[in-house]
Design a protein around this ligand. Structure first.
Ligand code: HEC
Length: 98
């Protein structure tokens, strides 16, 4: 009985941790996004553009569209996963949309 309880408790904790992680990272890889961004996106602007007062980004969907647009202007040929990673990084580090 005690042993079962221990297992149940641990499973619940794991599930909680997984839900917490998924809720925050949404399966995108922020560290990878940061690397991609810093290696490919500084040609025209640095990251201070994301905290400028007159930001043109007012929603997560606008951020996705903008990353898509800047990525295609730069002809990087990123996969959807790579774009998602960069969106997740920029949102986590600067925009913080829910
Ligand atoms: C070819 C030049 C160029 C490159 C390369 C570029 N950008 Fe941009 N980006 C711009 C310009 C210009 C603006 C400002 C547009 C405006 O003010 O209307 C901008 C603005 C942005 C914004 C909005 C900033 C804000 O909060 O107002 C985001 C987000 C962004 N870029 C992401 C990226 C990402 C991600 C990459 C790399 C894939 C990238 N950019 C590479 C030209 C570029």
């Amino acid at each position: 009985m005690n042993h079962n309880r221990f297992l149940l408790g641990n499973t619940a904790l794991l599930l909680l941790a997984a839900a917490f992680y998924a809720g925050h990272a949404k399966a995108a890889d922020l560290a990878q996004g940061k690397k991609l961004y810093e290696a490919n996106c500084f040609a025209c602007h640095d990251s201070s553009i994301h905290t400028r007062k007159e930001t043109i980004i007012h929603s997560l969907s606008a951020l996705k569209k903008r990353v898509q647009f800047c990525e295609s202007m730069n002809k990087l040929g990123w996969s959807d996963k790579q774009k998602d990673d960069v969106v997740a990084y920029l949102n986590g580090a600067f925009y913080k949309f829910k």
